[in-house]
Design a protein around this ligand. Sequence first.
Ligand code: BGC
Length: 250
Amino acid sequence: MHILGIDIGGTGIKGAVIDTATGELASERIRIESPRPATPESVGATILAVVEGHRWSGPIGVGFPAAIQHGVARTAANIDPAFIGLSVADHFSRQTGCPVYVANDADVAGLAEMRFGAARGVAGVVLVVTIGTGLGTALFGDGHLLPNTELGHILLDNGLEAESYASEAVRDAENLRWKDWGDRFNHYLLAMERLFWPDLIVLGGGASKKLDKFAARITTQTPVVPARFLNQAGMIGAALFAEEKLKATE
Ligand code: BGC
């Protein structure tokens, strides 16, 4: 099946047609800068531009940077608070005229890695962490997703929220060297390890392309690997999520 997968990030909104049987991109990727402020209207208009850019009229999957319960946004750490309580799925469906299925961005990136990527076939507990404007997490037990874990917002033992201490945005804002940011991120992974004892940790998002720059700072017992799809996992997983929903309603 071909589905348009869209990933809404803090800096860019990306979309590509995905072949859900293989996880491969079946079109060029279109990327548009994220609007500021990222309100329902401005994000909706940007999504429409991505859809029109692809001349797309079929089903769409969207990875959205908030806890999403049955299509409704429940949090808004890095987007406009006007999204809270809104059915993002209905809003984007109206905007585009296409059926739209929405889930948390890290959850869908995790789905892509679990199905076709770095965590394929891994039994037990897998934690996927996406490093970007926020810190996103997806938690799997024997391949099953526990959605909306929001573990980027835990308080670390230094009293700081993980996301405001170790995200990519913080590395940029504080101009941290990779090794210093790597120590912070390791602090976070050690906290995750103590709580969840994962069998594998997969890193996605922008910084996953730079793992060689901070891998030496990671001291977890758990193996830590980059996402196979790096920062394309969100688009691919969004399409896989939409396919799952479509099949469930057949
Ligand atoms: C949000 C999560 C999201 C993550 C990555 C966090 O600030 O609360 O829902 O998955 O950023 O975008």
